[in-house]
Write a protein that binds this ligand. Structure first.
Ligand SMILES: *Cc1c(COP(=O)(O)O)cnc(C)c1O
Length: 427
């Protein structure tokens, strides 16, 4: 394929935008080359500025679960825009979407809208600290909860159990309040809760990890977290920014039958517009301003365009639960197909899949946490990524990102994807 215009646009962008992009993964740093500039998208397909088309497996990193430019969502946004784009006052639509979400996610009583997943997680942690009067949190290595300081923490060295900043600009003071455990490792969590008895406000977890590839929780992991939290007076927060409204109407909590104390949403909830949210039972949410003392606010929170898009998409998902069955079938069938092709080719691989999330790791051993995810061969992933791109298949430009399916991936699209994969060779 020819990517002339994309290449020119990227060169120009780097002058006025740091690294040429407004979010780092878009720069293709981990796969090399330059990003592809999109011109439009419809259904399961992207179209770039050079006129190339792609079957899309990122779907805006999740939101476009019913495909791009979904007509009812586009109509709702147009209709809302004609009435004014923002008022800075309450609107009826905010109550409607809150009520809808409380119905879809039965273990929550109240929800607060924000503008991104980052804000949702950052605010949930503050509320958990305000509610419990404790300062520390536990997160899992390789889980992503947005870019606020408390989460940009990596495993510390040697015997220290608290983390170290993973980005310059995050202070040691912040890092000391974030404790780290390996994903799927209950014993490590219990050890942390004992060592810091009475100090841990919350454990935050992606109930299906999606930011180190897709990694399902092992049987008993989520149940164990819930029990450990209950035993230590710690709140369990599910970060369902990725999984919420994607794996089921009630998210991973519904799929695994484990309900957290608090939940964070993003991605699908906004139907492709910038929305995040956090929610919990009434007793916890009552601590939030203006009802309670824990401060949180947003000039554009609950924005009418964003709420229209989200409400329309969520209503459709709520009314058509068979969408999730279809997506899970497609996910399983694509995962099987990929395994077959990779086996035929004798390329070491692990395919993890939960519903419409999946990832292909180029390694021999099961991928269950960040350490095992790192075993993947990145040089091979790069080659595979560019081979697929040239064949018109747009995969996430990083081995650590989950693929997201939309409901419009049909047999034809799947066959095209697998035949592109079949023509890949390690060279
Ligand atoms: C994407 C993501 C976030 C951050 O959301 P943004 O809208 O990018 O700020 C947080 N948590 C998880 C699990 C995510 O996948």
């Amino acid at each position: 394929m020819i990517y002339q215009r994309s290449s020119a646009l990227f060169n120009e962008a780097q002058n006025a935008i740091p690294g040429g992009v407004n979010s780092p993964v878009r720069a293709f740093k981990s796969v090399g080359g330059h990003p592809i500039y999109m011109e439009s998208a419809r259904g399961a397909h992207l179209r770039d500025v050079d006129g190339n088309t792609y079957i899309d497996y990122i779907n805006s990193w999740g939101p476009q679960i019913l495909g791009h430019a979904h007509p009812p969502v586009i109509d709702a946004v147009k209709h809302a825009a004609e009435k004014g784009t923002s008022f800075g006052t309450p609107t009826e639509l905010e109550t409607q979407i809150a009520e809808l979400i409380c119905e879809m996610v039965p273990y929550i009583d109240q929800i607060r809208m924000v503008n991104s997943g980052t804000e949702a997680c950052m605010s949930a942690i503050r509320l958990a600290r305000g509610f419990t009067g404790r300062e520390k949190i536990v997160k899992f290595a390789g889980c992503y909860h947005g870019h606020s300081d408390a989460f940009l923490i990596q495993a510390g060295s040697g015997a220290v159990t608290f983390g170290a900043p993973s980005s310059p600009g995050v202070t040691q003071g912040t890092a000391k309040d974030t404790l780290l455990a390996p994903y799927n490792d209950l014993e490590a969590v219990e050890a942390l809760l004992h060592e810091h008895e009475g100090q841990v406000a919350a454990i935050i977890v992606e109930p299906v990890a999606g930011n180190m590839g897709c990694i399902p929780p092992q049987p008993g992991f989520l149940e164990g977290l819930k029990a450990a939290c209950a035993a230590h007076g710690t709140l369990l927060i599910f970060d369902e920014v990725m999984t919420g409204f994607r794996l089921a109407s009630g998210g991973a909590a519904e799929v695994y039958g484990v309900t957290p104390d608090m939940v964070c949403f993003g991605k699908v909830i906004g139907g492709g517009l910038p929305v995040g949210a956090f929610a919990a039972r009434r007793e916890i949410m009552a601590h939030l301003a203006p009802e309670g003392p824990v401060y949180q606010a947003g000039t554009l929170s609950g924005n009418p365009l964003a709420m229209s898009a989200g409400f329309t998409l969520l209503s459709e998902l709520h009314a058509n639960p068979e969408v999730y069955t279809g997506l899970a079938k497609r996910g399983a069938s694509l995962a099987d197909g990929i395994r077959d092709v990779m086996t035929e080719k004798s390329i070491p691989h692990q395919v993890n899949q939960v519903g419409s999330m999946l990832s292909l790791h180029l390694c021999e051993s099961p991928v269950v946490d960040f350490e095992t995810a790192k075993a993947g061969d990145n040089a091979h992933f790069k080659a595979l990524f560019h081979h697929m791109l040239d064949a018109g298949i747009y995969l996430p430009p990083s081995a650590y990102e989950s693929w997201f399916l939309c409901s419009l991936i049909d047999d034809t699209a799947q066959d095209q994807t697998l035949s592109a994969l079949r023509s890949f060779s390690l060279g």
